[in-house]
Design a protein around this ligand. Structure first.
Ligand SMILES: Nc1ncnc2c1ncn2[C@@H]1O[C@H](COP(=O)(O)OP(=O)(O)O)[C@@H](O)[C@H]1O
Ligand SMILES: [Mg+2]
Length: 218
């Protein structure tokens, strides 16, 4: 289905220790684009997904995605942070120290957008919990895959507990991402995700190459 985009030759120059995250509402194309970027980077990439990527993280993921499990907003935020703490200490920090490019399908900003703003827990409060969980690690580059919630919902894909809450939540999350991106324009890169995957991917590669060049010049 996406084989055309995946097989498209893309050259990404060698780079050292860069942390790239993908953010966006459900079905904006994060998983698709994270995979395309990791494929383009080859051996230098370490691909992770949130929540997950460690034994504890994968169990937390199953719990959070289970439609039968009712979880309060505070517990939900802490479970995401717990999974993230494991991922950072066991996978992301070692990979960055090894000079790899870590490509993460969601990270801390998802908690700020969903739990902090859309669920109303407070962006500053959720940020504080997460800064503690990650011991202050932030992405070098965050790619925001921007798409209209109505267009995203029309895409195929399986729903889970959070996705099942429908477009009202997605509208709030989209606004939250917009605020976060505006507040930190140096780290966030907004890409129009309503276009075909290969076009989105080309923009992603351009952003990552520019970040690599900036890091090399620093
Ligand atoms: N640019 C795109 N245009 C059309 N469909 C897409 C695009 N990117 C992804 N898709 C499809 O939309 C669905 C959701 O994509 P996915 O990458 O899983 O999004 P997310 O991880 O953000 O929820 C999948 O069926 C995927 O194949
Ligand atoms: Mg996904």
């Amino acid at each position: 289905m996406l084989s055309g985009a995946a097989s498209r030759p893309v050259t990404v120059a060698a780079m050292r220790g860069l942390f790239v995250t993908f953010e966006g509402i459900d079905r904006s194309g994060k998983t698709t684009q994270a995979r395309l970027l990791a494929d383009a980077l080859g051996d230098r990439a370490v691909a992770v997904r949130e929540p997950g990527g460690t034994p504890v993280g994968e169990q937390v993921r199953s719990l959070l995605k289970d439609p039968e499990v009712e979880i309060g907003a505070h517990a939900e935020a802490l479970l995401f942070a717990a999974a993230r703490a494991e991922l950072v200490s066991r996978v992301i920090r070692p990979a960055l120290a090894d000079g790899r490019v870590v490509v993460s399908d969601r990270f801390l900003d998802s908690s700020l957008a969903y739990q902090g703003e859309a669920r109303g827990l407070g962006v500053d409060e959720v940020l504080e919990v997460n800064r503690w969980a990650t011991e202050g690690l932030l992405p070098d580059v965050t790619i925001y895959l921007a798409i209209d919630p109505a267009a995203a919902v029309a895409r195929a894909g399986e729903g889970d507990r959070i996705e099942g809450e429908g477009t009202a939540l997605q509208e709030r999350v989209a606004r939250a991402y917009q605020h976060l991106a505006e507040a930190e324009p140096g780290r966030w890169h907004r890409i129009d995700a309503s276009r075909p995957p290969d076009e989105v991917h080309a923009d992603v590669v351009a952003v990552v190459e520019a970040a690599r060049a900036a890091a090399a010049a620093a």
